[in-house]
Design a protein. Structure first.
Length: 142
């Protein structure tokens, strides 16, 4: 998994844009912001990860590069969190990073997670569209 600095445009997807921002794309060789993350944010992320909305088919698993010995393996899903004209994209591994490695996501991302409607709800889809998210389920050419 390629590391991307938090809140930089996400280069890990088949499509992208200046408003599609990476959160939690951590790697072993880059510095990791650490600190407390409020439990409600963590739990909300876990809820989203039960059945995340996925515009792309992603197979296989990632193995955590930060674990000391055997890396925790987590499915390849990503979370798309629309908020304030931007869409934050994080890997499913983010909950493990927070729980096991004390990763602290940017505060704007925590706000976005708290404000995000349930995935698969009409509200969520509308918010994605409002945040210019159509690019995610088209191929980006139209
Ligand atoms: Zn780990």
């Amino acid at each position: 998994m390629a590391a991307v600095v938090d809140l930089e445009p996400c280069s890990c997807l088949p499509v992208g844009g200046v408003h599609i921002l990476a959160v939690g794309w951590l790697g072993a060789s880059s510095p990791i912001p650490t600190g407390p993350t409020p439990k409600d944010v963590y739990q909300r992320l876990k809820e989203f990860l039960v059945n995340p909305w996925q515009p792309f088919v992603s197979m296989g698993v990632h193995e955590c590069e930060l674990c000391q010995f055997e890396g925790e393996a987590v499915g390849n899903a990503n979370l798309f969190i629309p908020y304030d004209q931007r869409i934050y994209v994080c890997p499913a591994m983010i909950s493990h990073y927070i729980n096991a490695h004390r990763y602290q996501p940017p505060s704007v991302f925590m706000e976005a997670v708290r404000a995000c409607p349930p995935m698969h709800s009409m509200e969520y889809k509308k918010l994605l569209v409002q945040c210019n998210g159509r690019i995610l389920w088209q191929d980006g050419t139209s």
